[in-house]
Design a binder for this molecule. Structure first.
Ligand code: FAD
Length: 380
């Protein structure tokens, strides 16, 4: 089905970003998977070419482009190429909006120009060893002492964790309260007492630096508080729908890419004297996946339009997130099965797509939590 979202100017942008991925990222990605991290130089290159922080104001070096389609294109092309170590989406589509929506002028001027150029890499740190889904149960504290906060605690599973320079950190400014005790503080590389732990060894997304962060009496200026004290949970709830849509966009694009490579394989590989795709089981599986991916894409494209119109609801974003990532997981499994033993070999891209996909129903709020969000919106 023809997509109606992307007219010529978007296609030109897509071509340019695809060329960047093909030339500067894809040839090195296997090496970066081996190293467990992508080099900072790739961020600078992306910044120079205008692939980061589209919404940033022109005065701060950005394009002032408020159109989610550009984020979607970047996410789709990264997913299509399977270069899952690249954390541009988190930086531009998740971290930057906290500054744009809730940061003050001074904060925007202090950080955004370097985020646009890729000199400064963003991350968001919510999850802790003892609190993931139960965000209000976090234990990292920020105690106000004059013109600074004293921050103590730790975070885990933080995307861009090793490379990050600027971390939207979810803290408790009132540890006796749950949601209402939460605030957002910007922690910066180099602050005394702010250290990185392990770059975690994952089953997939091997080139993505997912890390632990530790805070030991870190003195964070009050000037680094985003918005108002005690409003952090409210800010997160406002921004999470876009994060969930980012994940859904990736899910559909990765599933489509896996199906394409599998279809090719099914036409080339023969068994019992015929292409394996011509067995009725294979044809049915391919037809089912093709149908479901098309259906998913239409819904996600509609969500993109809704987001652009500031109409995307939390439950619609949750629907998109759980359903597409569940689909992605099933598609990867079926596609791997159609590759037979070769599907189990890491030298075949489908094996990596399968492993990279597994986290999608987990992060950004687990799919169980997504169903809670939808159920609650239904009044049950
Ligand atoms: C690769 C990777 C990257 C990540 N990046 C980031 C990041 O950049 N920043 C960040 O802050 N976090 C990040 N995370 C963390 C991620 O968001 C959490 O892992 C996720 O929210 C789940 O939290 P948890 O791991 O503590 O699981 P738990 O909350 O302990 O959940 C365990 C299981 O219990 C289920 N469960 C929990 N509560 C309920 C409930 N009320 N009803 C039904 N079932 C429930 C969950 O669905 C899950 O199946 C990342 C995680 C991974 C793996």
């Amino acid at each position: 089905m023809k997509r109606t979202l992307y007219t010529n100017e978007y296609l030109m942008f897509r071509d340019a970003f695809r060329r960047f991925v093909e030339k500067e990222i894809a040839p090195h990605h296997a090496q970066w998977e081996h190293e467990g991290i992508v080099p900072r130089a790739i961020w600078r290159m992306a910044g120079e070419l205008g692939f980061l922080c589209f919404e940033a104001p022109e005065a701060l070096g950005g394009g002032d482009v408020h159109d989610y389609r550009y984020h979607a294109i970047v996410a789709e092309e990264i997913a299509d190429a399977g270069v899952t170590g690249i954390g541009f989406g988190l930086h531009s589509s998740i971290v930057l909006p906290y500054l744009l929506c809730f940061g003050n002028d001074e904060q925007q001027q202090r950080w955004i120009p370097r985020m646009v150029t890729g000199e400064m890499i963003g991350a968001i740190a919510m999850t802790e060893p003892a609190a993931g889904s139960d965000l209000a149960g976090i234990r990292t504290t920020a105690v106000r002492q004059g013109d600074h906060y004293l921050v103590n605690g730790q975070k885990t599973f933080i995307t861009n964790g090793i490379n990050s320079d600027l971390v939207v950190t979810v803290v408790k400014t009132d540890s006796t309260a749950r949601h209402k005790g939460i605030s957002l503080l910007m922690l910066e590389r180099g602050m005394e007492g702010f250290t990185r732990g392990r770059n975690l060894d994952k089953i997939g997304m091997k080139a993505q630096d997912t890390a632990e962060l530790f805070f030991d009496n870190v003195r964070v200026p009050v000037a680094n508080l985003i918005g108002e004290e005690g409003k952090g949970f409210y800010y997160l709830m406002q921004r999470l729908p876009q994060e969930r849509l980012d994940i859904a966009v990736v899910a559909v694009a990765a599933a489509a890419a896996a199906l394409e490579m599998t279809l090719r394989y099914c036409k080339e590989r023969t068994a019992f004297g015929q292409p394996i795709g011509s067995f009725q089981n294979s044809r049915f599986k391919l037809a089912e996946m093709h149908t479901e991916i098309q259906v998913a894409r239409v819904f996600v494209d509609r969500c993109i339009e809704a987001l652009n119109a500031s109409e995307l609801t939390a439950e619609e974003a949750a629907m998109a997130k759980w359903w597409t990532t569940d689909l992605q997981k099933r598609v990867m499994d079926e596609c791997l099965q159609l590759h037979g033993g070769y599907g189990y070999m890491l030298e075949y891209p489908i094996a990596r797509f399968y492993l990279d996909a597994r986290v999608q129903p987990i992060y950004g709020g687990t799919n169980e939590i997504m169903k809670e969000v939808i159920g609650r919106a239904m009044g049950v």
